[in-house]
Design a protein around this ligand. Structure first.
Ligand code: URA
Length: 240
């Protein structure tokens, strides 16, 4: 059980500053159980709370866990330089509540990107100690050969890495596409590994993290959804 005042509730959900949220409530923009609430000091149980704001339904969530099918042309960094940020693909409430990408995909990489405002979740999910496998589908400039697969599996030396990096698994999907599974998330890792192995990555998609596949989420590019507990459990190494 956790009770909070209405202004804090609205603020926690990303509807602006405390002052702004107080104003929204005073304006009669929030209803609970069909009743307009106007006293921002009133306390309400947050667990299972559903309300409307500007006439739209909203479910209270202490934290959000989101899967986005990232399109090309969006940056994961906070301070974007050449392309819009991935947060512009989500409702603005998520920016207010400090939702962040879990790890990064390059601006031209597409596919499964997790986002959350739960610090420990972001940290745990990005920690190299967790060995969470990330699945990528790489399109290659030159044909995929058994030698290329063997090279990626045995390990390739990248110039700023002390030890060779090897794929957890790797298989050809067709003449110019391979699936590569990595447990690390080094900068441009797939592209650099392919280059170091003598090929070139011309397109890259992340297709799964742990046992959570992009396909199972049924998201078109640019679409997102909340992850429920069962879906989050698929990300945990215990499930692997
Ligand atoms: N490896 C890359 O090269 N780029 C990504 O976006 C992810 C993994």
């Amino acid at each position: 059980m956790s009770k909070q005042t209405l202004d804090r509730i609205l603020q926690s959900q990303g509807f602006g500053t405390r002052k702004g949220c107080r104003q929204l409530i005073a304006n009669g923009d929030m209803t609970i159980s069909g009743e307009t609430v106007t006293d921002y000091r009133a306390s309400h149980e947050t667990n299972g709370l559903e309300f409307t704001i500007f006439g739209e339904p909203w479910i209270y969530r202490e934290h959000v866990y989101i899967a986005l099918n990232k399109p090309a042309g969006f940056e994961c960094s906070r301070k974007t330089s050449h392309h819009p940020g991935v947060l512009t693909l989500l409702p603005e409430q998520f920016t207010w509540r400090d939702v962040q990408p879990v790890g990064r995909l390059d601006h031209d990489t597409t596919g499964l990107l997790l986002m959350s405002d739960d610090g420990p979740f972001i940290h745990a999910q990005s920690s190299p100690k967790r060995h969470v496998p990330k699945f990528y589908i790489a399109t290659t400039h030159d044909p995929v050969t058994p030698e290329l697969i063997a090279h990626l599996l045995s390990g390739v030396k990248l110039h700023d890495e002390p030890a060779p990096l090897a794929a957890m698994s790797c298989r050809a999907l067709d003449a110019h596409r391979l699936e590569i599974v990595l447990e690390q998330g080094k900068y441009h890792q797939v592209k650099r590994m392919l280059a170091a192995a003598g090929n070139h990555c011309s397109a890259l998609q992340r297709s799964a993290i742990g046992l959570l596949t992009l396909e199972s989420l049924e998201l078109k590019e640019g679409e997102w959804r909340y992850l429920d507990e069962a879906q989050r459990a698929l990300l945990a190494p215990a499930a692997l």
